[in-house]
Design a protein around this ligand. Structure first.
Ligand SMILES: Cc1cc2nc3c(=O)[nH]c(=O)nc-3n(C[C@H](O)[C@H](O)[C@H](O)COP(=O)(O)O)c2cc1C
Length: 335
């Protein structure tokens, strides 16, 4: 019983192992900057070190972004992230593999299959979440092209239950970050342990919350909250543009799903235009709370609209997009 409860508030977690080839590492720190989980420490001019913190043996969600951004191929990641039991038990099949759309028996080299892929497949496989941005903003025309790609997404009953908000005013982005961070900081401070120990009331709080709000208390985003807090609350990575995707709560069937499909159209369009993007949902829970009612009013979020997610957008700093390996979900063929 005790173990059952423990798996709810701090599950056993298996982590991938990250390695850095010290001979080829350029010491640029891009893996440190780009890791969504704050999973490296780094001093300028030195080789980064993979780390964990606050109950996470490694702070790694196996996104392989560190591999995608590494200019010299020095990064390596083996194994995957999994939770063997309890509330957050992972059902991935524990095979992490590069794209294999033609079902080859031996995992193919991407360069061998690339020529046989459609333009759209190439876009899908090579898009990565971009967390390193140049300061200059894309033009309004280019941003419009991305919004148009979102507008032409399929939606239930063609109801198009969205409202797009394009924010280029850095002060407003900063305010959204700062206000969200006050809530996120509370959550992650309750969740993370100090010196491997967490107070009993925190364990009870996290345990109960993980039952009431299972999607909100998965351990992985907690590492992203910690990273944002360490980075002066920079949830949007200093991106010059943030697009909020709001749903009309009265939309047909499942407007969250429509918004998700819409945002994926946007990030693929951005990638095809040479822009970098990252879907960012961390501020969405705080944004829906009463504590942010004033901010919602200020930027014009009104009932029946509610923010579902957002996209950080801009020109990528260096090469970020690229092919990585990915976990394999269970797949059932019923024939
Ligand atoms: C709904 C959603 C919310 C996300 N929220 C965040 C976020 O708040 N911060 C962040 O750094 N990345 C966020 N991501 C990006 C994921 O971490 C990323 O997609 C995942 O690690 C896989 O990496 P890839 O996009 O490079 O393939 C989000 C992605 C999705 C789909």
């Amino acid at each position: 019983m005790l173990d059952f409860l423990k798996q709810a508030y701090m599950p056993d977690m298996n982590f991938p192992i990250r390695t850095i080839n010290v001979d080829t590492c350029s010491r640029c720190g891009r893996c440190y900057e780009s890791c969504p989980s704050g999973g490296f420490t780094w001093t300028k001019g030195e080789i980064p070190t993979p780390v964990g913190f606050g109950g996470f043996k490694e702070a790694c969600i196996n996104c392989h972004n560190c591999i995608a951004v590494c200019p010299t191929g020095a990064m390596g990641v083996t194994g995957n992230f999994s939770i063997p039991k309890g509330r957050y038990k992972s059902f991935l099949t524990r095979t992490v593999a590069p794209p294999n759309p033609f079902g080859a028996k031996e995992t193919p080299e991407y360069s061998d299959i690339e020529k046989d892929l459609t333009e759209v497949e190439r876009l899908i496989y090579s898009r990565r979440s971009n967390r390193l941005f140049k300061k200059e903003a894309p033009t309004r025309d280019v941003i419009n092209r991305i919004l148009e790609a979102g507008r032409f997404a399929p939606s239930a009953g063609n109801c198009q239950p969205y409202h797009f908000m394009v924010i280029t005013d850095q002060a407003v982005i900063r305010e959204l970050e700062t206000r969200s961070m006050t809530v996120l900081r509370l959550i992650k401070n309750v969740y993370l342990s100090k010196n491997g120990k967490r107070k009993l009331w925190k364990n009870i709080f996290v345990s109960v919350s993980s039952y009431l709000m299972v999607n909100k208390f998965d351990p992985r985003p907690i590492t992203a909250m910690e990273k944002a807090d360490r980075n002066k609350g920079e949830i949007y990575f200093n991106a010059p543009v943030v697009i909020l995707i709001l749903k009309n709560k009265h939309g047909i069937s499942n407007p969250d799903l429509d918004a998700g499909i819409c945002v994926q159209n946007m990030v693929l369009a951005a990638h095809s235009l040479g822009l970098g993007s990252c879907i960012v949902s961390l501020p969405m829970v705080p944004l829906s709370y009463p504590i942010m009612a004033g901010f919602r009013k200020k930027i014009g979020i009104k009932y029946p609209f509610e923010a579902v997610t957002s996209v950080a957008l801009g020109f990528p700093k260096g090469k970020i997009d690229g092919i990585v390996a990915r976990d394999t979900p269970p797949t059932t063929w019923i024939e």
